[in-house]
Design a protein around this ligand. Structure first.
Ligand SMILES: [Fe+2]
Length: 358
């Protein structure tokens, strides 16, 4: 569904939660017959912390969403971080084991770490150990030795922050959590500014028709006020030059959408850079976890909220052809650990035409 200016104004004038956007299945008039799709799963941590059989990862929700991924015949699935509640071996291994149905169907899984994947608050470990547990469960990701794709030429970044191409698309996944033991309690994380030259290089290459950029944290969260640029919850405009360069780089390279998690809600908005010179659409892609957060001010004037949905379990299916893509957001009522029958509905759907069609 194209969001017209009239729709846009109607949605923004309504302000907060919009309960239902009906499904609009067609992509484009005159669309290419060659269509493929991929899936995106939001945060999947579960409240059992370190107990079997969940080990802090929402295995029942993951299984239910993976069934949908199979049904949609996706080419691959990508998760935007917080795979688990606490970073320890059994948690990551359990999360990885519940991709077996994908693996058996030839569907690759591309994970990205969130804040919960980088620390263990119950049995603290140094960041090097947390990274090792994660790498062991998710080996051979793009950017690692012998694999395709690319990672920034920075210590320990291989396979953690990475890009890969698939058909006519390119995908950049940015890890902003502790990667290097530097003697401090929390270790060292790379900042977006550390990645910027690599991001610019990857996005400017002539190896894709469209690109999408993913991170766990948001550009601007509705609930969380820390963001992908800074942990400072009191200032969402931290590192303004970094924010300006990042959003300008996306716009310059035709990347219209930034997809993230962390906020455990669905929220689509248009965000301007602090200097007002560039903008991008942000999609906080929902929750597949036990937690749901509520929007809390402050909200910055440079963000225009388009649609949001709270307190439901969801995921994205991105349909792609040679002229554009359509992102469908599916969700269902939240469910506990008991047996359940989720009723998935499309609650948001929008088109993105490629800037230059050949
Ligand atoms: Fe999370």
């Amino acid at each position: 569904m194209k969001t017209t200016r009239r729709d846009f104004l109607r949605l923004t004038s309504l302000g907060l939660t919009l309960p239902f956007i009906p499904a609009v299945p067609a992509i484009h008039a005159g669309e290419s017959k060659v269509e493929w799709c991929f899936g995106v799963i939001p945060d999947t941590q579960w409240k059992t912390n370190m107990e079997a059989p969940f080990y802090g990862t929402a295995i029942h929700i993951i299984d239910a969403i993976n069934d949908e991924m199979i049904r949609h015949k996706v080419d691959f699935v990508l998760e935007v971080g917080d795979l688990v509640e606490e970073a320890f071996t059994e948690a990551f291994q359990t999360r990885a084991q519940h991709n077996k149905i994908l693996h058996d169907a030839g569907i690759k899984f591309y994970p990205l770490r969130g804040n919960h994947d980088s620390r263990n608050s119950i049995t603290p470990v140094c960041c090097g150990a947390a990274v090792a547990h994660y790498r062991s469960a998710f080996p051979n990701l793009p950017g690692t030795r012998g694999s395709n794709g690319s990672s920034p030429d920075l210590p320990n970044a291989a396979g953690m922050t990475y890009s890969f191409t698939h058909k006519n698309g390119k995908f950049l996944l940015l890890d902003t959590f502790s990667l290097i033991d530097d003697g401090s309690e929390d270790g060292k994380a790379y900042k977006i500014s550390d990645y910027q030259s690599w991001i610019d290089t990857e996005l400017s290459q002539n190896d894709h028709q469209f690109a999408l950029v993913f991170a766990h944290k948001d550009l601007l969260g509705q609930n969380h006020k820390d963001n992908v640029f800074s942990d400072d919850k009191s200032n969402q405009n931290s590192f303004p030059e970094t924010q300006n360069a990042f959003i300008a780089g996306l716009q310059k390279n035709g990347v219209g959408n930034f997809i993230c998690g962390h906020d455990h809600m669905y929220h689509r908005s248009q965000i301007k850079s602090p200097d007002g010179n560039s903008e991008v659409q942000q999609i906080i892609c929902g929750s597949a976890a036990h937690k749901f957060y509520q929007p809390e001010p402050p909200f910055l004037a440079r963000e225009t909220s388009l649609i949001k949905e709270l307190n439901r379990i969801g995921f994205l299916i991105v349909h792609v052809n040679s002229k554009g893509f359509r992102i469908d957001y599916y969700s269902t009522e939240p469910f506990g650990q008991e047996k359940f029958s989720p009723k998935w509905e499309i609650r948001d759907s929008f088109n993105n035409s490629f800037r230059c069609n050949t």
